[in-house]
Ligand binder design. Structure first.
Ligand code: FAD
Length: 497
């Protein structure tokens, strides 16, 4: 087909309207592609970016919230140029990770006593140093083949802090909290050495957007995409490819056919698949005809796609001190304690203590009377099945027993359920222990048919974009965006040759 047509005639279907899909669409349209169609299963665009205004005129980010890093980050650049970044008090972080613990984070033990600040500072700063070593690829040989959890335990064990009960318990909180960053159920399931493939961009981890949130950046991309290009409520059921045996100008048939759940079908020269790794795990083996090659299927199987959920609690009035940025919960026997982890690895006992996986409740930008709880992994998925009221009651019980403060009833709640969302099936990618992340991300990204098996230029029938296909920026919005641009540019140079 490419011998007879140029970008004006090429039919490109993009599946998914998250950052990857919209970046691909905008790049292609700007390059002169006239037949671009985005098929989106949901009734809204954005995918894992979901900026909502459920209760007031102020936004809540149910999905992505921050721009991670500034230097070399295309989304930071757009946000900066378009004046979309937050300034002043709202520009600060609103989530407490070990490397960003501030004196305004209140740490409590389950007996209601505060954890001595000195211990929190010492343990969290040691924890940051140890994780930095893994991110910077500076692990000692003895730690390279371990899980992240096992490496951290071993390295922390050499510190005198490990000899104290408070030290051990704050260390467990650090590991539990790091699970949100890795989107995993437990650090004992993540590879220690592979996380060095993730590249952290300079300029701060928590860059907060202004009142328009992430949606404002999507709107910038949408300016380049004519509205009729995007079709929402159009879940794709199957992708048939390799439909033309020999490419020549007489043969009018397109090599790809995309069939939606409602039976509507679209022919295309190229399809860019941007559905999440979670969706590929569930449907990758049946969605494609012919089936995906074995190396792609095993990449889909081997990479991890974890769950991170947010629990937004709204109160009539603030009950925490004005300087408090977050209430963090330190358990005597938390789920990321190795002995506890081992004892709960089989059976269902962990379900009765699912709430122990909540790390704490952070304050929420622009919502002075709201808190956001964080939970990950199998416990998050378990929570997703519960009624909001049960989750709310549990959170109130925790807040009351840990702080001893007078905590009023919750007035409203908003709970994300990313694991149960059939169009996403999780939150973001991680590299499990024993998996070669680089090889898996690359296998996931490679277009079909494989070049060595294609006839001439006809190999770009099915292309893959999305956060999970980026070797260094997986998990992030900017990673997703860059993969969309990457696949669009692949097509642009295909037609430029
Ligand atoms: C709770 C949470 C917090 C996060 N926080 C951050 C953060 O602070 N910073 C950051 O950088 N990243 C964050 N992320 C990750 C970030 O949101 C993602 O990496 C990014 O948005 C992924 O974009 P994508 O285009 O690859 O995939 P998606 O956004 O998942 O887009 C894929 C699209 O495909 C659609 N789709 C699925 N199946 C079909 C089908 N059969 N037919 C048609 N359409 C289909 C989906 O509905 C979706 O719209 C967070 C994610 C979550 C869930």
């Amino acid at each position: 087909m490419s011998d007879c047509s140029g970008p004006e005639d090429a039919k490109v279907v993009i599946i998914g309207s998250g950052f990857a899909g919209l970046a691909a669409a905008a790049t292609l349209v700007k390059a002169g592609f006239k037949n671009v169609l985005v098929l989106e299963a949901k009734e809204r665009i954005g995918g894992r970016v979901n900026t909502t205004k459920p209760f007031t005129e102020n936004i809540i980010e149910v999905g992505a919230n921050w721009i991670h890093g500034q230097k070399g980050n295309p989304l930071y650049k757009i946000a900066k140029e378009q004046n979309l970044l937050s300034e002043g008090a709202c520009a600060s972080r609103n989530m407490c990770l070990p490397r960003s613990v501030s004196s305004r984070d209140y740490f409590f033990k389950e007996d209601g006593k505060p954890v001595p600040k000195k211990i929190v500072d010492q343990v969290s700063s040691l924890f940051s140093k140890l994780t930095d070593k893994a991110f910077d690829d500076e692990l000692a040989p003895k730690h390279r083949d371990l899980t992240l959890g096992a490496y951290l335990d071993d390295a922390f064990g050499e510190s005198p802090l490990a000899a104290t009960e408070d030290g051990q318990q704050v260390f467990e909180w650090c590991k539990r909290t790091e699970c949100t960053d890795e989107a995993c159920s437990s650090l004992y399931e993540v590879s220690a050495s592979q996380i060095s493939n993730y590249t952290a961009l300079e300029g701060g981890f928590f860059n907060t957007l202004g009142p328009g949130g992430y949606r404002a950046i999507l709107d910038v991309l949408l300016k380049d995409v004519p509205s009729e290009t995007i079709k929402c409520n159009a879940p794709v059921k199957s992708i048939r490819w390799d439909l033309v045996k020999e490419g020549n100008c007489e043969d009018e048939r397109c090599p790809v056919q995309i069939v939606c759940e409602n039976g509507q079908s679209f022919e295309a020269d190229h399809v860019i698949v941007t559905v999440s790794l979670g969706v590929l795990k569930e449907k990758g083996a049946t969605m494609f005809e012919p089936a995906l090659p074995a190396n792609k299927l095993s990449a889909i199987k081997n990479l991890g796609f974890g769950i991170v959920d947010k629990i937004f609690l709204f109160f009539e009035k603030r009950f925490w001190p004005e300087d408090c940025e977050g209430i963090q919960m330190v358990w005597k026997e938390g789920p990321e304690d190795k002995d506890v982890y081992d004892s709960l690895s089989e059976g269902d006992a962990w379900k009765t203590t699912w709430f122990k996986k909540i790390t704490g409740f952070d304050t929420v930008a622009r919502h002075p009377t709201a808190l956001c709880g964080w939970i990950t992994g199998r416990e998050a998925l378990y929570m997703e099945k519960l009624q909001d009221s049960e989750i709310g009651d549990t959170c109130l019980r925790l807040l009351r027993s840990f702080t001893g403060w007078s905590v009023p009833a919750v007035s409203k709640m908003l709970i994300s359920r990313w694991g149960s969302d059939s169009q996403v099936r999780g939150s973001y990618t991680f590299v499990p222990d024993g998996v070669d992340g680089v090889a898996a991300h690359k296998a996931l990204a490679s277009p079909l048919p494989p070049k060595d098996k294609s006839r001439g230029k006809r190999h770009l029938q099915v292309l893959f974009a999305g956060e999970a296909t980026h070797v260094n920026f997986y998990t992030t919005t900017h990673g997703a965006y860059l993969t969309g641009v990457r696949e669009a540019e692949r097509l642009i140079s295909f037609y430029a040759d």
